[in-house]
Ligand binder design. Structure first.
Ligand SMILES: Nc1ncnc2c1ncn2[C@@H]1O[C@H](COP(=O)(O)OP(=O)(O)O)[C@@H](O)[C@H]1O
Ligand SMILES: [Mg+2]
Length: 199
């Protein structure tokens, strides 16, 4: 223990402050699945069946935790819901006025590595002023030159914060979060958790 360099924790760690912009409410049915199934193609053939025959619905106000072992198909289901990949059977229908925000487990699904932090966020809110984009970035702890950094050079935690900023820059009424706290530090982890609870 004596040989280990001691780390002093900052006494007043900066908190990430997350605010959700107002969004019109959605219809009561948020998502409806019928006979939904997905088989990933491997070498051109759809031969890796992940799930099938899924019937159900997500209703307004539901908070659902999707749990399962690695490889169970959680991320695949969320990709089908968000339209990142097409189902191989059945269908998924989003309800009226549903605006979803998607946080992917893999930031490369959502972020372009060649663009800067500022570009990624400002592109999603084209009518926002530079100062309001900077405000959003500031609340996700990107200040000064940080926002000119390219996505490709960011750490895992920084990419997570950019994805959260992009997701919350536009009004959404359906949050789809795939392992959002994986790379965040303890303070930032608690912040979205508290906000979601009070939403
Ligand atoms: N793009 C893809 N192409 C082929 N197979 C995939 C792809 N994405 C996921 N898989 C496979 O689908 C299965 C489910 O993966 P995934 O949905 O990521 O699980 P989870 O998120 O529950 O850990 C795994 O066997 C995985 O290898
Ligand atoms: Mg996953």
């Amino acid at each position: 223990m004596d040989k280990i360099e001691r780390i002093t924790l900052p006494s007043d760690p900066k908190n990430m402050s997350v605010q959700f912009p107002e969004c019109p409410r959605s219809g009561d049915q948020v998502v409806v699945f019928s006979h939904l199934g997905k088989a990933w193609e491997i070498s051109g053939k759809p031969d890796h069946q992940v799930f099938s025959g899924l019937d159900g619905a997500v209703m307004r106000g539901n908070r659902i935790a999707l749990t399962g072992i690695n490889g169970a198909g959680k991320s695949t289901l969320l990709k089908v819901i968000t339209g990142q990949t097409a189902p191989s059977e059945g269908e998924v229908t989003l309800g009226a006025s549903v605006r979803f925000g998607y946080f992917s487990q893999y930031s490369s699904d959502v972020l372009n590595p060649n663009r800067s932090v500022f570009e990624e966020v400002s592109d999603r809110i084209p009518y926002a002023s530079i100062s309001s984009v900077k405000n959003i970035l500031g609340s996700f702890q990107f200040t000064g030159d940080d926002s000119d950094k390219k996505i490709s050079v960011l750490s895992g935690g920084e990419k997570s914060r950019v994805m959260l900023a992009c997701m919350l820059a536009v009004p959404v009424n359906f949050l789809i979060l795939d392992e959002p706290t994986n790379h965040l530090d303890i303070q930032s982890r608690e912040s979205p958790a508290r906000s979601v609870v009070s939403f």
